[in-house]
Ligand binder design. Structure first.
Ligand SMILES: Cc1ncc(COP(=O)(O)O)c(C=O)c1O
Length: 442
């Protein structure tokens, strides 16, 4: 880039940052001391307003699962928006039926009927409202460390103080102990034998903090915002048994873990052979186009008796994006790709952990891998400071990472599921150099 063009680009980036500060709510702060202004994306790479190229290892929060601007998805959106851009839920479209049919084909067990919305938050809202109507009950159990979205209900389901706005509490939601093996309150190392203790905690919570008649238990298969917390084997089988015994439905949140991300299966919950009663999806479902979906068994779907519409839900353009995304995912076999590239990533992360003792744990499944950073590995003291250092150091290496965990001390990784072996090696090289930069600063 010429010096004049570079100066103009920097000015436009500064203007965007100034405009952000002047015209936008500041409650959703961008990453980095000096936020990135992105202008283009292609595959695993994005370019900023200053012409710098970054390898995107977080996919806009696990959303561009096929990489940025996948040509087939772009073409489908362009064709649909020029043909029929909006209808509302008052009219039928072939696209909505086809997208629902495709979801039914890959969803576990008897899940067959879908309601479309525009976000994960709305998909969760739909699931809870449905469970309440089906059971005629209103109490819901969620997990500590969970994240469910940004509506009043979803922030109440969410169990991170920092994500819950003040003075917005609603009754009827209780939180049980998260199956968080690295910080298991029962035994270290946590294993299958702890499952019984988690089940006891759930049963005790139902019997002591609710009327004993719950509408639902909601859980992410891997707790995403919580820092990619993977439960011990047998957890979901045992927990769902308890939920059903007390007449509740199991709502499985696959917003982050769905569509092959965990490797080898379309949905995270399939690793534990459990069939959810209701499942919610969003994020990568349409490769970045706003779309949320709630799928369930026909008899549960029929329990929705109140009137409802969604003006934008099932929008034909979102459906076209979702159909094209699904077609590519099936053809490219994203579950198999995430398993192969995920194994490569995991090996690289474990090698890094051996070099840096402040990487307290490497965990995850498939292409959903995390590093929990600590100050003292024996005491497992969370280190948000190291996570911030690593995020910034990776930016210097032109690598974009994600952050999560209760204290903002977990580095989250989730690149495009179409990432190549060479791109993965490239990313791991950048990450290794970023870790070295952190080490130098300690
Ligand atoms: C597990 C989970 N559920 C629900 C949501 C809410 O989705 P959205 O941000 O699309 O409303 C998120 C968002 O990060 C999520 O991670």
């Amino acid at each position: 880039m010429s010096a004049t063009r570079m100066a103009a680009a920097e000015t436009s980036a500064e203007a965007v940052k100034a405009g952000y500060r002047e015209f936008l709510f500041q409650c959703a702060p961008p990453y980095y001391d000096d936020p990135l202004v992105l202008v283009r994306g292609q595959g695993v790479f994005v370019t900023d307003a200053e012409g710098r190229e970054f390898l995107d290892f977080f996919s806009g929060i696990l959303t561009t699962g096929l990489g940025h601007c996948h040509p087939e998805v772009v073409q489908a959106i362009q064709e649909q928006v020029a043909t029929l851009g909006h209808v509302s839920t008052l009219y039928l479209t072939e696209q909505q039926v086809e997208m629902a049919r495709r979801l039914a084909e890959i969803a576990p067990g008897r899940l067959k009927k879908t309601f479309f919305t525009n976000s994960g938050t709305e998909a969760v809202e739909t699931a809870i409202l449905l469970a309440c109507q089906y059971t005629g009950r209103s109490e819901v159990i969620a997990l500590r460390y969970s994240y469910s979205g940004r509506s009043t209900l979803a922030t109440n389901l969410t169990a991170h103080a920092s994500w819950r706005p003040a003075a917005s509490s609603i009754a009827g939601i209780k939180h049980v102990i998260s199956p968080y093996p690295y910080r298991c309150p029962f035994k270290s190392p946590c294993d299958e034998s702890c499952v019984e203790r988690y089940a006891q905690d759930l049963e005790e919570a139902i019997l002591t903090t609710t009327t004993g008649k719950i509408a639902a238990f909601i859980a992410e298969t891997i707790q995403g915002v919580g820092g990619y917390i993977v439960p011990p084997p047998g957890y979901f089988q045992r927990i769902v048994e308890v939920v059903h015994r007390y007449g509740g439905l199991f709502i499985c949140d696959e917003v982050q873990a769905g569509f092959g991300r965990t490797g080898g299966k379309w949905f995270g919950i399939e690793h534990w052979q459990v069939e959810p009663d209701i499942m919610v999806m969003a994020k990568t479902i349409a490769n970045g186009f706003p779309l949320g979906a709630t799928i369930t068994r026909p008899e549960i779907a029929e329990a929705w008796k109140a009137k409802t519409i969604s003006t934008f839900g099932g929008n034909p353009v979102a459906m076209a994006a979702g159909i094209a995304t699904n077609r590519v995912m099936v053809r490219e076999n994203t579950p198999a790709r995430a398993a192969a590239r995920g194994a490569q990533l995991r090996k690289g992360l474990e090698a890094l952990q051996r070099k840096h003792e402040w990487i307290g744990e490497v965990r995850g499944m498939g292409l959903m891998q995390a590093m929990e950073l600590v100050d003292d590995p024996r005491k497992k003291t969370p280190s948000p400071q190291k996570a911030k250092l690593l995020l910034e150091a990776a930016k210097e290496e032109r690598l974009l990472l994600g952050v999560g965990g209760l204290n903002g001390h977990v580095i989250r990784l989730g690149p495009s599921m179409l990432i190549t072996e060479e791109e993965m090696d490239d990313a791991l090289g950048r990450l290794e150099r970023a870790c070295r930069r952190v080490e130098e600063k300690l």
